[in-house]
Write a protein that binds this ligand. Structure first.
Ligand code: CDP
Ligand code: MG
Length: 764
């Protein structure tokens, strides 16, 4: 078997895992967090990991787990009696009538319960059975911070109610609507979707009850929804709001809604023994694998399943490979065979957001003790998914978190130590079926001394430009700062997000939305992507830009199997055009379309078929939105420059300039950044002097991902508020203002290497 660490992508994830690097990383992250802490005193108030799966659509998605994804063996339909019995065995059932009368008597109720007590799957059904849905044509909506949870729970509830998914019970997540406006009475949606719905109907008239599930996670969208409801409830006296939460923080929600009653569902949990490592581990993937193997060999399969918490897709895939490799070694020693097929008593199951839904459902499969499930999950398995039969938990101690540094306006995903509350939540997963064991891959000292009590809510550590744009267009309060935030975002984050909106032209000097900003708010995209799409409309390349923004909204497009990496790289390089990863994505889509959207064509060219299908769906949806708003969709043919210039219009603040031969520095911050290993620009002999990027990834290094070369004059045109340009000739520098006049775009006879773009002095 090939060593998974030889893959360059795995290599940097490995680096990020190593103890020494992690210390450095942790310092950086904590600095960011510390900054937020300096800015507000309202901290340590929330619990929950917010990986924000919705925001994670760019998570890399290798198709290894997709290959046999048509196997739908996870779906099993029990009899009506069985369903009834299972439902009645849930802890929440015993308080059904108490809960319903509490809800009848109060507008807002906070419900607290252990994971698995039945909050998510049962509450909405109880309300439905109690007549909250049909009577006046109103329906019940349940929000989830995660896409996967919204889908899987809808599927479960449809099964329990014995109705087809998408009719009476449905789900809606960004770019995927499985509801029927006429028939759907129980709707499971991501919190982002409900927030968007408030744009269409700010009274949310079609709902009689809204359940904000997993509120303890404190996702950005949940926090905003709670603030929104604080205003709405006074206007909609008939609306019921139910907030469900894990044990912590319930009081905070209750206080926020004028001491709303709290109801705790009596739980049933078993003791969990926690085991720490005696020394810090060097590599948590290795440590997790060896722990899992030890557990499996020492305990009979029927003793229970293993749940491993990792940080994200990359770690999960490496763990998956390493586990297989380890078991292969162990079993070939034992049985004298080297065939992985011989490993019949374990089922290794990964679960993360970008994994196709049918494979995600496999984790719920009941193997009846004949095999041991080893589930490798992100923090999604902390509270949002209930998996039966887990007796052993292995916790790597980290998770991926979005961190924002408002001083320099950088948003990045970073591997960060979990909080104590998360660690305890993870351990608790082992005690659902019987007494369990939790192996923490860190020392007790680390837990006691280094970990935060609770995770800082997303609103205090993320860029808010998207949210502020939405709030502004919702007009909830006359001033954004007066919005009833459950925890206020740090002032600096607030200001720098407003600055970004102003910089890209969504807001004017008075803080009012511009007409561009209004149009941007109507698109379900981050502001920069909305902007490039709308600018492309003005410049006659909206057809191409539709494809580009859709391709940017799906998990990784290229497939790079370990055994055929060279071949895959050659195939990928064939798509490379115009010094641009963005245009390369466009090219892939265009060629796929020319080949009648063929799956075979994808296989041949090492392209992920499922990602492209999803991009096509997203494109269709966006197209429908444009058409409904009478926005023309036109093609620029092969004029790559106009497309690149339009991309620059939304990303001028995310620009980098060459430094040395193969490195870049971030133009705004002066920080050194590198091209991500997956960028097609690596194939160029000379790298372009100026580029913009789509995303910054912070692991052991700072990588810029999805990169396009740009003309420095475009940077001036769209980033003139930020940058100065100079002409550098014969070592003499001269200000270009007088030289080029106002219209930088008109200057064509100056070579790129004769000019130098820099951050404006007064900003630096
Ligand atoms: O929301 P809460 O954690 O309180 O519980 P839930 O998600 O409603 O789960 C109640 C029960 O339904 C658990 O025993 C789960 O195992 C089961 N369930 C399932 O089998 N499949 C799902 N997709 C969701 C829940
Ligand atoms: Mg739940």
């Amino acid at each position: 078997m090939v060593n998974p660490f030889r893959n360059p992508e795995s290599e940097f994830s490995l680096n990020a895992r190593r103890g020494s690097k992690l210390v450095a990383l942790r310092r950086i992250n904590m600095e960011h967090v510390q900054q937020s802490r300096d800015n507000t005193d309202v901290l340590n108030t929330a619990m929950g990991e917010v990986l924000g799966l919705e925001n994670n659509t760019n998570a890399k998605d290798k198709s290894r787990f997709q290959e046999n994804s048509n196997d739908d063996s996870a779906v099993y339909t029990p009899s009506r009696e069985e369903i009834k019995r299972t439902r009645e065995e849930l802890p929440v059932f015993r308080c059904r009538s108490q809960l319903l009368s509490l809800i009848r008597e109060n507008q807002v109720v906070v419900i607290i319960g252990e994971t698995g007590s039945g909050k998510t799957t049962q509450l909405a059904q109880y309300l439905h059975e109690d007549g909250y849905s049909d009577s006046r044509g109103k329906s019940i909506v349940v929000t989830q911070p995660r896409r996967v949870a919204a889908m899987s729970v809808a599927k479960r509830v449809a099964m329990e109610m014995q109705v087809p998914l998408g009719k009476e019970v449905g789900y809606s997540i960004r770019f995927e609507d499985m509801t029927d406006p006429e028939y759907t009475k129980l709707k499971f949606v991501t919190d982002g979707i409900l927030l968007r719905e408030t744009l269409m109907d700010d009274m949310l008239d079609k709902y009689s009850c809204i359940i904000i599930d997993e509120a303890h996670e404190r996702s950005l969208n949940t926090d905003i929804l709670l603030g929104f409801f604080k205003v709405l409830l006074a206007r909609r006296r008939d609306l019921k709001l139910i907030i469900t939460s894990a044990t912590m923080n319930a009081k905070k929600f209750s206080t926020f809604f004028g001491n709303a009653p709290q109801f705790t569902i009596p739980g049933r949990t078993f003791p969990v023994q926690t085991i720490y490592t005696s020394n810090p581990v060097q590599d948590y993937v290795e440590a997790a694998v060896s722990q899992a193997v030890k557990i499996h060999l020492a305990n009979d399969c029927s003793s229970g399943d293993i749940l491993i918490f990792m940080t994200g897709q990359e770690d999960i895939e490496t763990t998956y490979d390493t586990l297989r490799e380890k078991f292969l070694q162990v079993y070939s020693k034992k049985f004298g065979t080297a065939k992985i097929e011989e490993i019949k008593d374990i089922e290794i199951l990964p679960i993360y957001s970008a994994l196709p839904a049918d494979l995600q459902f496999k984790i719920f499969q009941d193997l009846h003790g004949t095999k041991r499930k080893i589930i490798i999950a992100t923090n999604i398995a902390e509270t949002s998914l209930t998996i039966k039969g887990i007796r052993y938990v292995i916790d790597c101690g980290y998770s991926k978190l979005k961190v924002y540094n408002p001083k320099i306006g950088l948003d990045s995903l970073a591997i960060t130590p979990v909080s104590k509350a998360n660690a305890d939540q993870r351990s608790g997963r082992a005690g659902r079926t019987g007494p369990g064991m939790a192996y923490r891959l860190y020392t007790e000292d680390t837990f006691q001394e280094d970990m935060y009590i609770q995770t800082i809510p997303e609103i205090q550590r993320t860029n808010l430009s998207n949210t502020l744009l939405l709030l502004k267009s919702l007009n909830v309060t006359d001033e954004l700062s007066k919005f009833p935030f459950i925890d206020k975002p740090p002032l600096q984050t607030f200001l720098s997000s407003l600055y970004e909106l102003w910089f890209i032209g969504a807001m004017d000097n008075k803080g009012q939305l511009t007409s561009l900003g209004l149009k941007m708010a109507k698109l379900p995209l981050q502001p920069s992507l909305s902007k490039i799409l709308l600018i492309a409309v003005q410049n006659g390349c909206s057809d191409e830009m539709l494809t580009i923004v859709s391709m940017l909204s799906v998990p990784q497009v290229f497939y790079r199997p370990k055994e055929r990496q060279k071949e895959a790289d050659v195939a990928r390089n064939k798509f490379f055009i115009a010094k641009s990863d963005h245009l390369t994505l466009l090219n892939v889509f265009v060629q796929w379309r020319a080949n009648k959207f063929s799956p075979h064509w994808c296989n041949k060219h090492f392209v992920q078929y499922k990602s492209l299908v999803r991009a096509r769906d997203i494109r269709d949806q966006l197209l429908r939105i444009l058409v409904s708003q009478n926005i023309p969709v036109v093609s620029s043919g092969k004029d790559w420059d106009i497309i690149k210039k339009c991309i620059c219009s939304g990303f001028a603040h995310q620009a980098a300039k060459i430094s040395g031969l193969r490195n870049y520095v971030h133009l705004k911050t002066g920080v050194g950044v590198q091209l991500h290993p997956t960028s097609a620009l690596h194939g160029l002999g000379d790298l372009p002097p100026y580029v913009i990027y789509h995303e910054l990834l912070m692991t052991s290094k700072e990588y810029i991902c999805c990169v396009t070369s740009v003309d420095p004059f475009w940077l001036m045109e769209y980033g003139g508020l930020l940058y100065d340009i100079k002409r550098v000739k014969d070592n003499q520098e001269s200000e270009t203002k007088g030289l080029f006049g106002e219209h930088y775009g008109d200057v064509v006879d100056v070579a790129e290497d004769e000019i130098d773009v820099n951050i404006k002095k007064y900003r630096a």
